[in-house]
Ligand binder design. Structure first.
Ligand code: MLT
Length: 313
């Protein structure tokens, strides 16, 4: 089986493939769309992260493709319907990077609360300013979590460890699961109305795109803080910019963008805003998580070659 890798994937995690003599891997990063379209016909499997768009146009050129393996949770960059209609299996790695994403959420949330990036830049620039960087504690704040799945649940536990009160909106989970995380299920309106911090942990789909809109901001507490370590577009980015500019929102931390790399005017302004803490989609970027997801998708490809059932198709 010929496997094409188009995004940065941990070599350690690929051992199940590299050690298997039936499998040949080509790692080709940074291909243009025409280049990818030209070569995809020569491969039976492709391994990607979020950097490769596996859309119908690509799949139409993929005459021999059997598996699209997404080394991560989100499959929003894969046209699953188009793949299924061609009999191409889509697998993901739903568990390997969830801890990494939860920890990054806490990292950017706490860094924003304590002005860590700004204070770091200031001291390295030769200043000694303390009062300017006085921050806030998470203890006693109400954290509203939208989406209590594998990442949201872990964020809930971690926020409770910091003695925050956690409320959550997730129409797909039971009271029992919320109880297990020690959090209260609430309607979305209440998350909007009562939270000091709102953090989103849903996939990006028609139901969640712009779930935080300019109307939502109107109903929020003054000085609310917004975190997005899930997917760009769940929070409307133009509305986010407006809320920062008007002072409605005290600060925001985003790891993900509706366009990656972010180039539009709105995204450039959002990134440049002084109350905005930003990272370039690093939620899953730990050595541990990258190894985990690479192992998971590699094992799925070996399962396919062996004719065994796939676990995460
Ligand atoms: C995910 O969906 O698991 C991550 O966004 C993966 C990535 O970093 O590409």
């Amino acid at each position: 089986m010929k496997v094409l890798i188009t995004d940065e994937i941990s070599d350690n995690g690929l051992l199940p493939l590299t050690e298997d003599p039936r499998i040949h891997i080509d790692k080709k990063l940074g291909l243009s769309i025409p280049e990818l379209h030209k070569i995809i016909g020569g491969y039976e499997a492709i391994i990607t992260r979020s950097g490769t768009l596996v859309d119908k146009a690509l799949l139409d050129c993929a005459d021999n493709l059997k598996i699209v393996a997404r080394a991560g949770v989100g499959i929003d960059n894969v046209d699953v319907d188009a793949a299924s209609s061609k009999g191409i299996i889509v697998v993901n790695a739903p568990y390997g990077n969830v801890n990494s994403a939860a920890e990054h959420t806490m990292a950017i949330m706490l860094s924003l609360f304590r002005n860590v990036p700004m204070a770091n830049t200031s001291l390295k620039g030769g200043d000694w300013k303390r009062a300017l960087f006085t921050g806030c504690e998470l203890k006693g704040k109400t954290v509203g979590i939208i989406g209590l799945g594998k990442v949201g649940g872990r964020v809930a536990r971690r926020c409770r460890a910091f003695e925050a009160e956690v409320i959550t909106y997730d129409p797909y989970i039971s009271e029992k699961r919320a109880d297990d995380f020690g959090v209260k299920l609430q309607p979305l309106e209440d998350i909007i109305r009562f939270s000091d911090v709102i953090t989103v942990h849903t996939p990006l789909n028609d139901e969640t795109r712009n779930i935080i809109s300019s109307d939502s901001f109107k109903g929020m507490k003054d000085g609310v803080v917004i975190i997005n370590c899930a997917r760009g577009g769940i929070i409307n980015e133009a509305a986010m910019l407006e809320a920062l500019e008007s002072g409605k929102c005290a600060g925001a931390a985003f790891d993900v963008w509706s366009q990656e790399p972010p180039k539009t005017d709105v995204l450039q302004k959002l990134i440049a805003h002084p109350k905005m803490l930003v990272t370039p989609h690093l939620g899953a970027n730990t050595f541990e998580a990258q190894k985990n997801v690479a192992v998971d998708v590699s094992k799925e490809i070996v399962n396919y070659v062996d004719g065994r059932p796939l676990e995460n198709a």
